[in-house]
Design a protein around this ligand. Sequence first.
Ligand SMILES: [Zn+2]
Length: 257
Amino acid sequence: MITTGLKIYLTFIFALTGAVMGSFLNCWAMRYARGERYPRGRSACPKCGHTLGPLELVPVFSWLFLRGRCRSCHERISVRYPLTELLGAALFAGTFLRFGLTAYTAEVCILTACLMLLSFIDYDTMLLPGAPMLAALVSWCAFLPTHADWRSRALHGALTALIAGAALLLISLLMDRILKKETLGGGDIKLLALAALYLGPWGTLLMVILSCLLGLVFAVCSKSKDHPFPFGPALAAATWIVVMWEDGVIEWYVGLF
Ligand SMILES: [Zn+2]
């Protein structure tokens, strides 16, 4: 049994870890967009190249303290930095609050990090690289023995991934034929299959519906004509939401009738 004090302390630790992770993944995505495959070397101001000191690397607070400007060249630092840090903090802390101090929390945190990286990269480049998906796949396998129902989880997950992947591939080939342009990328199909592995049949169905709704919301909110909003972030967000609240969403849905 965890006391309230310990719970608050652990929530803070998870939030801090998430913030650092968000910062790192955002940096990775931005470097990926510039053609570097993996982040290397110390963080620096993208405008003047000034290497960041330890006080400039504190998530969110550094940005607030410096009022969103580089300490060396006083150029504006994108609000994207503190936002991705806050996102990481919220998702990691939320995962801990939902699942407690369990192996499943660790599994969901790793999946969350992979989904965040995929979303950031997809947003910048319209690409969903294989490395983060492979990491999530390896993590799924590694955590399989920690599930009491690991046999059915493995069977349902693998079958759903196969069927969902094949179905989406078929639909996208058909749509490409009808609309005479590429509708869904190969990355989207791989990401859906990966999510299906984690979610099983019902969760995947829910995730598909939710990701279409979210995709619509993102597309309306972004409004930019020259930068079409990719589908990856909607898939990733829907996956995370279903992992967190599958039971709640199904109960709510069944309650409608
Ligand atoms: Zn600078």
